[in-house]
Design a protein around this ligand. Structure first.
Ligand code: PNS
Length: 164
């Protein structure tokens, strides 16, 4: 990648990736030359999938989207963003209820490193109620998650829940 390439980091837990995340990745890939989907290692909540498993699920879900890399990171997001020479951090905003937490995070990240710019993208409204936790809960109790996650993710989710 040349120096004037615009790089964005899309960080998150992705436990697991949903169609809502994929929608955001597609939108970010239109704006930026390279999008790094970055799986956070040190999340407070206990994840269902390991970091490596989450990365495989993402890789399988974004094959047809160009210029996407999948990585993981530890520590502060702003430090990782600087190491990657990223121009922006992408976050999805589904509804007003997301706003308070996202604003707090964006402003904290800006306080920690003035040069980190957060860009909010809105997924299609059909994904506005979707998040990984709710998908896991529906799957855990036998509900159909076809329209929330790609088939590969669904398959791994059902296997994981059967063994957990
Ligand atoms: O998908 P999530 O769980 O909403 O993602 C949150 C995430 C991983 C982006 C956030 O917790 C994060 O950036 N963690 C890394 C540690 C960090 O930099 N914390 C300060 C941000 S305010």
């Amino acid at each position: 990648m040349s120096d004037n390439c615009k790089i964005a980091i899309y960080p998150g837990s992705f436990d697991p990736i949903t169609y809502g995340h994929i929608d955001i990745i597609k939108r970010a890939s239109i704006i930026f030359d390279e999008v790094i989907v970055a799986v956070a290692k040190n999340i407070l909540k206990e994840p269902l999938f390991s970091v490596e498993e989450r990365m495989v699920l993402i890789e399988n879900s974004i094959r047809e989207i160009p210029h996407i890399k999948v990585e993981s990171f530890d520590g502060l997001l702003v430090d990782y963003a600087s190491r990657k020479h990223a121009n922006a951090v992408i976050r999805g905003l589904r509804a007003v209820s997301d706003f308070e937490y996202e604003l707090q995070m964006a402003l904290m990240n800006r306080k920690l490193n003035e040069s980190v710019i957060t860009v909010f993208l809105m997924p299609h409204e059909k994904y506005s109620y979707l998040n990984s936790s709710i998908v896991k809960e529906v799957a855990r109790f036998g509900g159909n998650v076809d329209s929330f996650v790609p088939p590969f993710v669904q398959e791994k989710l059902l296997v994981k829940l059967r063994h957990s």
